[in-house]
Structure formats: C-alpha cells, structure tokens
Design a protein around this ligand. Structure first.
Ligand code: SF4
Length: 363
C-alpha cells in the first residue's frame, strides 16, 4: 500500500525521552535514563500499530509522550488534522502561534504536539485519548461510573446533567455494559467490566487516536479476547486509529495491521503484521516470536531463551544495543550501531546482518 501524507495521522520523528538521575543533597544530575532514544514511526488513519517489547523497553513512555503526559526531551510528534479549521477558533489560535511547526505540504493542518504548551494542547485533548493497563488503579474508587465516564465531557463540553446521563448510557451500551449500572462504584465490577468502563471514558469525546497501553495485560486470558474484539468492533464503527502497546506478540497479532518492535529505547524492526510474523528480520523479534503459542497442537516450536538481562538504559552498550544477548552477534556488532534500513515492502530493520540471517517466524 502506498502511503501518502493524507493517510498519515501521526508522524513521530526522532522522539527522545531522557529522565535525569539525581543524587546527593543538592540533587545534582549525574546521568540520564534513556527511556526513549530516537524513535520514529508513522501511524496511518484507521490502522492499528502494535508496539511491542519487554518490560522497560520504553514503549509505555512513547505512549505517554504522545498524549503529552510527559514533555519529550527532543523530537517531533506531528499530528495531521481532519477537515478544515475554520469552525474551530481554539485551533486557529494554536496554529497561528505555532505556524513555524506546520508543514506547507499538508496545507497547514499539521501540528507538532511536542512543541505545544499544556494550555495549547487543550484544543487537541479530545482527539487523542488513552486506555490504561490496570483497570483497577485507573478508575477512582470514590467515583461512580457516571462520574468517571462523564468527566471528560464535563471538562470539554457544556452539557446539562440530563444530557450527560444520556451520553453515558449510550457509551455504556456501546462497550457492552448496562446503563442502569452507572450509579455503581468500580469495585462492583470485574476486571473485564472495569476495562470496558475505561474504554467508555476514552470514547466519550469521540477521539481519532487512542493509545492503548497494555489494555489486556492485567486481564484473564478468556477476557482478553473479548476486550480485543470490542476494540476491533469500535474501530470499525467509529473509524478509530490505535497505537496498541503490549509486551506479548501473541496479543497484538490479531489486532495490528503493522507492528513495531522496541528494544532498549529504540525501534529495531517495523513491518506489516503478516510479514513480521512470517519473516522476521531482527534476532530480537525472532526471540519474541518463539514465545508465541502455536495454534497447531502437532507443531513443536523451540523457544529461544535470551541470556542475560536487558542492559541498563542509563548506560546502553556500544554498537548494537542487543549484542549482549544476541545469538548471532559478531565482532562488528560491538563496535558499530546498525543503521535503520527499509528493505522490501517497507520492512524496516536495524541489524547489520538482516539480509544474511534466516530467522524463524510463526507461520
Ligand atoms: Fe544481533 Fe548484530 Fe544484528 Fe545486533 S546487529 S541484532 S547483535 S546480529
């Protein structure tokens, strides 16, 4: 598929998020944790981009930078707007102030979230929402479902109490819950139902992009499939675009059109979902795929167990950051950082030996 500027919803370029390490009485900065260290990717309208990697690889930090829960250290988060801006005074004001960050080729409908102040971001808050990993801690136990789901509407719209109730009832029906439960508190619901409440809250403002931060990791396997199916149904119904963050490649397989694999703050491989699962080009992806359970009971797949721990992101190894655990590493891997390359069909990879290695996929 040829990607044009019009297809792109979000274009993340060289995103960095370095957290300072402070020590001593004066809290002097003695180093930085490079949680995200030069990440670039695009998300197309209506697609689901899976973002996978082990815990601590920086994928959640990428999601939080996109919704601007964090102010990135460097890089761009270019958001392409829909429609014209003539009927939105607030956005016209933001564009006038940030004209230097817009792109003439996109007819001025492009804005860099990384450069916006929290005040200017208000104009865009309703377009990008987040679903959180833990449905237990992400819902305030002192608020009713009505208060939780209507909170974004109270902040961003001027609806009457009756209108809010009607909207919340509609949202609860949309996510498979009963409207009569809106006066209950979160502790009356199961984990799957709580995640549906979180999804209803994310949908309240009719967003265009939803960052799903490990939305099924805390749920039982039987409930995971229901929530993934719900997210797919909502995507078809409302034309949503998802960034779907997960540590498990088996979860993203069914929902993602493309998958990006992260290791130690960098993306090491990006490809269409089918291509990545059948023909991985990076040894780290091969190792993650070896842990995906097979649907064929006769097929025996040998699991690749990576030795050693993930290196410290405050002091990443030189050369290829994966060389300390890579079963195919050669001397050059310790010295030279592999360049990012796009091979056939837009399959991107950062490995010196991507063309030479014959790696195992799952299909
Ligand atoms: Fe392994 Fe070397 Fe490729 Fe890195 S560049 S993934 S160490 S083979």
């Amino acid at each position: 598929m040829t990607t044009t500027l019009i297809d792109t919803l979000l274009d993340v370029r060289n995103l960095k998020m370095h957290f300072p390490i402070r020590r001593g009485l004066r809290k002097a900065v003695v180093g930085h944790v490079r949680a995200v260290d030069g990440v670039s990717f695009t998300i197309h309208r209506g697609e689901t981009l899976g973002l996978v990697g082990e815990s601590g690889c920086g994928k959640t930090t990428v999601g939080r930078c996109i919704v601007r829960a964090y102010q990135p250290t460097a890089g761009e988060i270019r958001y392409h707007e829909a429609g014209d801006l003539t009927d939105n005074v607030e956005k016209q004001r933001v564009h006038a102030r940030h004209a230097a960050t817009t792109d003439a080729a996109s007819h001025g409908k492009l804005i860099d979230f990384a450069k916006l102040s929290q005040h200017d971001l208000r104009a865009y808050r309703r377009e990008i929402q987040m679903i959180f990993q833990d449905p237990y801690s992400s819902l305030n136990p002192r608020m009713t479902v009505l208060d939780i789901v209507s909170e974004p509407l109270v902040i961003h719209t001027r609806k009457s109490p009756k209108q809010l109730k009607n909207e919340v009832a509609d949202l609860l029906r949309t996510v498979g819950l009963r409207p009569e439960h809106m006066n209950r508190y979160p502790n009356a619901f199961s984990g799957g139902q709580r995640q549906r409440i979180g999804i209803a809250r994310a949908l309240a403002l009719r967003p265009r992009l939803i960052v799903c931060d490990e939305p099924v990791s805390a749920l039982d396997v039987s409930v995971q499939a229901q929530v993934v199916n719900l997210l797919q149904d909502l995507q078809a119904k409302f034309g949503l675009t998802y960034l779907f963050i997960a540590h498990d490649l088996s979860v993203v397989q069914h929902i993602s059109s493309r998958v990006a694999v992260m290791y130690l703050g960098k993306i090491v491989e990006v490809a269409g979902s089918r291509e990545l699962y059948s023909k991985p080009l990076h040894p780290y992806t091969e190792a993650l795929l070896s842990a995906v359970p097979s649907t064929d009971p006769d097929m025996k797949r040998e699991r690749i167990v990576l030795t050693g721990d993930v290196p410290n992101p405050a002091n990443p190894p030189p050369g290829c950051a994966f060389h300390t655990r890579c079963p195919y590493a050669k001397p050059i891997c310790q010295q030279e950082t592999p360049a990012w390359r796009e091979l056939d069909g837009g399959h991107g990879v950062a490995c010196h030996f991507a063309e030479e290695l014959s790696l195992r996929g799952v299909h």
